[in-house]
Write a new protein. Structure first.
Length: 89
């Protein structure tokens, strides 16, 4: 996606308090991409993670893990103010 980085930078700029997570079926982790994506994501969930596999997208298990990691990151309880979106690709 040619405009992904500029879009993520714009999100960071316009919504500095937003938490951005990546959900992927592969091994690519944006947090390890020091020169490009690292500063644009707060967490990543991979279909290869021990607490996810074999429940990859589109299985709900990977999204449940992402939701729990988000809650853990922000020390949240319950489901208030949580919006989970996904790309159909």
């Amino acid at each position: 996606y040619h405009d992904a980085i500029s879009m993520l930078e714009k999100l960071r700029s316009e919504y500095p308090n937003a938490t951005i997570g990546a959900i992927t079926n592969g091994k690519g982790n944006p947090l390890m991409m020091k020169d490009t994506l690292c500063d644009l994501f707060d967490f990543c969930v991979s279909g290869e993670d021990d607490d996810v596999f074999p429940h990859r997208k589109p299985h709900e298990g990977i999204y449940n893990v992402a939701l729990q990691r988000y809650k853990d990151l922000l020390h949240l309880e319950g489901d208030d103010n949580i919006c989970l979106t996904k790309d159909d690709d």
